[in-house]
Design a protein around this ligand. Structure first.
Ligand code: MG
Length: 472
């Protein structure tokens, strides 16, 4: 027993190790299966661990996506926080950027989102936020994991239990913050017809409120905050056929698709064609640079489109390792005005430094309103590339050998540049290829991009051969 009733749980060391194997505990937070690895006990333990890390007297904002397990997990999480003397502000169902924004606006000590983002319904998770709203750094995540593994929680005595209160103005504040950055009247004057697919996720309530305020006529698909996902919640082409059809049927100007926690956005053009997740950041960045000049940030595997858009505006792109927190860290360090990730994630630090589908929708509509062009016309203005993604089995610890071999193979190519921030990215004048190890599986991902599809495939194949020759 330590100060304030610090206790070690009765669970055996062996059992703890097994739980850790099955549950994914990473820099992105905790993720597991409901009724399986992510039990109420685990959520409560992580509440205790986060409460211990922040200390009694701290305040934490919590919210959840619409998964049916969210209510159970948030109650357990809150119990852990309260028991460590931490005050909790329960925001109820909210998007990840919504919880992040409230954490920032309330000047809370941290935030937690109960969500498994784009993962299937059987999963859920806990995402921990810093006071700025951004996810934890690797060092903070490691500290939290260490407290959880030790089970040495700083439980508070009966006079020092945390207080819980509910707050219901998240959506309104989020919309106000986004709308302060755009010309609402200009967008409203166009009376855009928009089809929105919220996949019955956390974006269900706030998103039509935003679009309504912007004068849009909204056809809302999968609009119930039930967590019963009508299709897999990853906003990728194969999951958005219903949206594409609805855009055509309603003759809409644009179709928007959100993932289950409303941080990522995919776009369908006025012809009902999915334009590709990489274009969300590209279009939003093109809009931003019309008005403000400055550095942009993106992760290493984001399409080269953003480099072309920045270069045309006389600006520069800072490349960061994969992971939202890394992009945000680069944005802060380099004073970037805007950034994001290729998978439909735009980050506007003037709202909150996390990916935000509401910002994406608002900026695309503003871009359409200002230019008078259609989505397909704006897409056609951006140089087109083809991205090839493959994965190969990779023995642990082989990365150093592999990156050396790839560097050697490409070293004498004309105009070659290497970026070793996350695996290795090789940039050539007519394309790039990146190899990186997965954080969760013993596999290696190879991504290549070029204007010529054969060139992209050729680069991926060439690196694939080097990997096989080196590891085989
Ligand atoms: Mg997400």
């Amino acid at each position: 027993m330590g100060k304030d009733g610090e206790v070690e749980s009765r669970r055996g060391a062996k059992e703890r190790c097994m739980a850790e194997e099955r549950l994914i505990v990473s820099v992105s937070g905790v993720r597991g299966t409901v009724g399986g690895t992510l039990s109420p006990a685990i959520a409560c333990e992580f509440g205790c661990a986060f409460g211990t890390m922040l200390g009694a007297g701290a305040t934490v904002a919590v919210g959840r996506d619409t998964r049916p397990s969210g209510s159970m997990l948030i109650s357990a999480l809150e119990a852990g926080l309260l028991g460590c003397g931490v005050d909790v502000v329960d925001l109820g169902v909210a998007t990840t950027p919504g919880v992040a924004l409230m954490t920032k606006l309330m000047e809370a000590s941290g935030g937690v989102v109960v969500t498994a983002s784009h993962n299937p319904a059987e999963y859920n998770g806990l995402k921990f936020l810093q006071p700025t709203g951004t996810g934890l750094t690797a060092a903070m995540a490691e500290k939290l994991k260490g407290i959880w593994q030790s089970r040495r929680f700083a439980l508070a005595g009966s006079d020092h239990q945390g207080q819980e209160r509910r707050q219901t103005n998240t959506h309104g504040l989020h919309i106000d913050t986004v709308c302060a950055l755009i010309d609402e009247k200009k967008i409203a004057s166009r009376r855009f017809k928009v089809v929105l697919d919220s996949v019955n996720g956390a974006g269900c309530v706030v998103s039509p409120m935003l679009l309504g305020r912007l004068g849009c006529e909204v056809c809302h698909l999968n609009a119930e905050a039930s967590g019963q996902f009508a299709h897999p919640p990853e906003p990728s082409e194969e999951n958005l056929t219903q949206l594409c059809q609805a855009v055509r049927r309603h003759k809409a100007a644009v179709g928007f698709a959100q993932d289950a926690d409303g941080d990522r956005l995919a776009i369908v053009d006025e012809n009902g064609t999915f334009i590709g997740e990489e274009y969300t950041l590209a279009l939003a960045a093109a809009y931003v640079l019309r008005h403000r000049k400055g550095k942009l940030a993106a992760n290493l595997v984001t399409s080269r489109m953003i480099d072309d858009i920045a270069a045309a505006a006389g600006c520069q792109v800072v490349r960061a390792p994969t992971g939202e927190a890394n992009v945000v860290e680069a944005m802060e360090r380099e004073g970037c005005i805007f950034g994001g990730e290729g998978g439909g994630g735009v980050i506007e630090p003037r709202v909150v430094p996390v990916r935000d589908s509401l910002v994406g929708m608002a900026y695309v509509l503003q871009y359409l309103a200002e230019t008078g062009q259609t989505v397909s016309q704006l897409v056609a203005e951006i140089p087109r590339y083809v991205m090839v993604k493959t994965k190969l089995p990779c023995p642990p610890d082989a990365m150093e050998l592999l990156t050396k071999a790839v560097r050697k193979a490409f070293a004498d190519r004309e105009g070659v540049r290497f970026n070793p921030a996350d695996g290795l990215r090789v940039d050539l004048p007519d394309g790039w290829v990146c190899l990186r190890a997965s954080n969760t599986e013993p596999i290696l991902r190879i991504l290549a991009e070029a204007a010529d599809p054969r060139r992209a495939q050729g680069l991926a194949d060439e690196v694939g051969r080097i990997v096989q020759a080196t590891t085989g």
